[in-house]
Design a protein around this ligand. Structure first.
Ligand code: ZN
Length: 496
């Protein structure tokens, strides 16, 4: 099956970078791109008319935590300063001896209704990503059953993912006074690693090669050196990419320095883990960051010299009052910057815009974090982080993961006049502007419709699940606060 897309704008790939083509064609045969250029005279079976539209490679979201993220709605504009802005410490650290309830990510095996809850989470995740033009996503270390559910939806809805159960040697809990405490269990980490490696070996390359495995020791401070070394050895032996939260929080930075007498990045370097296929989430709390007041500044150099990747999730970090200092410095050092959504909304276009503006503010220059830079990070940057040169680009031989983006604003004046399509997309676009998503040469979303997914039903079910999460907050919160006490309404709800 050979298909030709005729478009007003195309983001092609040539000589190592994206190029713009005005009034051109993209031809793909089965799951591979055959031709990208001004015109194609060969026979085709089908023609898609994308006049007035932008055709570009699908986005690669390098930092996804599965689910509807209802718990994250509880930290808008609030939180506990003792966590230095780190979201997961706010919403997934239960009182000692309790589990976070209401979210299937935290259900125990055999809990009632867990199957449907896992499925809802997976449908919500995959559908939201598709709706936002994400053709490849990397799940960042949720447990085995979350991966199983995602695998089912990736297969059913036709997208592409890097999956693998995450593992660690025990997580954080809150004691009776609400203080953080680490519960360490090294055997749990070893068991988790073995489970993950077996699952990855079994599922890597399945679903017509749309599912690949990734090793995710969840956080550098919650993993033993042994678990990190085993991860590295498995990556070396089997070629699986790796991802871990590192240099992502003040507490983690301090804990690692205290335990290992080196920074998280120095530790990863010592373990010989730094490489392009190590996705460091988020890599913003490095020794070079002046906020940490750390007197040697070697981390950026180590990351850059090794070409290590970061998953930069600008909405997530900026919403918590944190920063990447700064895009240009990372780029100049040689760090591979990719973009992740991490939390909600899973809108890569909005994340590109935030990355660009944040990069300009932090670098004090409008030349930095350009539209071209952030679009490259959202496509090629992601592909580099998983060692792929056939994703994130439209060139002959690459995989046919393609977006058609409507730049009319879909009935609004949001775009205004469009001159440079990537600059317009980054400045004026939103995820909903993605009209058509093609993955592996198959159209999996057309005109915003994903076959076999009723988006309004999914949204309704997510609302119900969200209310369960919020209404059970006091059951696990170390301070036994209700959701309203933890996260007050934006305005008074008193009767007037
Ligand atoms: Zn994360």
């Amino acid at each position: 099956m050979r298909t030709k897309i005729e478009a007003s704008w195309i983001v092609a790939f040539d000589e190592g970078d994206h190029k713009l083509i005005r009034d051109g064609v993209v031809v793909y045969e089965d799951n591979k791109i055959l031709f990208v250029g001004k015109s194609f005279d060969g026979e085709v079976d089908d023609v898609i008319n994308a006049t007035g539209k932008l055709v570009c490679p699908g986005f690669i979201d390098t930092h996804v935590h599965s689910g509807h993220r209802a718990s994250h709605r509880l930290i808008t504009d609030t939180g506990r300063p003792m966590y230095y802005g780190q979201p997961f410490l706010e919403i997934s650290v239960p009182k000692e001896g309790k589990v976070v309830s209401g979210d299937p990510r935290y259900l125990k095996h055999g809990d009632s209704e867990s199957e449907s809850a896992f499925r809802l989470n997976a449908i919500f995740t995959v559908a939201e990503l598709l709706r936002n033009g994400v053709t490849t996503f990397i799940e960042y270390g949720s447990q085995l059953r979350v991966q199983e559910a995602l695998l089912g939806e990736v297969e059913r809805l036709g997208t592409r993912a890097y999956l693998g159960p995450g593992y660690d040697c025990g997580r954080w809990v809150g004691d009776k006074s609400g203080q953080l405490k680490r519960v360490r269990n090294d055997q749990l980490g070893l068991d988790g690693f073995n489970t993950a490696l077996n699952w990855i070996k079994e599922n890597n390359g399945t679903v017509e090669d749309r599912v690949r495995g990734i090793l995710v020791p969840r956080e550098v401070e919650t993993c033993s050196l042994e678990v990190l070394k085993l991860t590295r050895d498995a990556s070396n032996e089997f070629g699986f990419p790796m991802a871990t939260h590192a240099a992502y929080s003040v507490i983690e930075f301090y804990e690692v320095v205290k335990e290992h007498m080196k920074t998280p990045i120095e530790l990863l370097d010592d373990l010989d883990m730094l490489r392009p296929t190590l996705n460091i989430g988020h890599g913003n709390f490095i020794s070079d960051n002046s906020n940490l007041n750390y007197s040697s500044h070697n981390d950026l150099k180590l990351m850059g010299e090794s070409g290590a990747s970061i998953s930069h999730c600008p909405i997530n970090i900026m919403r918590r009052g944190r920063k990447l200092d700064n895009w240009k410095k990372y780029e100049m050092a040689g760090v591979n910057i990719s973009i992740g959504t991490d939390t909600y909304p899973r809108d890569m276009i909005m994340n590109m815009r935030n990355a660009s503006y944040h990069g300009k503010v932090m670098g004090n220059s409008y030349f930095y974090a350009s539209a071209g830079d952030v679009f490259r990070a959202a496509t090629i940057g992601g592909a580099i982080s998983v060692g792929r040169d056939d994703l994130g680009r439209l060139k002959p031989g690459a995989i046919a993961d393609i977006l058609i983006i409507d730049m009319t604003g879909r009935g609004t004046l949001r775009f205004g006049p469009v001159r440079d399509p990537i600059k317009s997309l980054v400045e004026c676009g939103v995820g909903d502007d993605v009209q058509t998503v093609i993955v592996d040469g198959k159209t999996v979303m057309d005109n915003g419709v994903i076959p076999d997914v009723d988006l309004s039903k999914v949204a309704q079910e997510a609302q119900i699940a969200g209310e369960q999460v919020w209404n059970t907050h006091q059951d696990w919160d170390p301070l036994e606060r209700t959701h309203v006490e933890a996260c007050p309404w934006c305005y008074s709800m008193d009767d007037i």
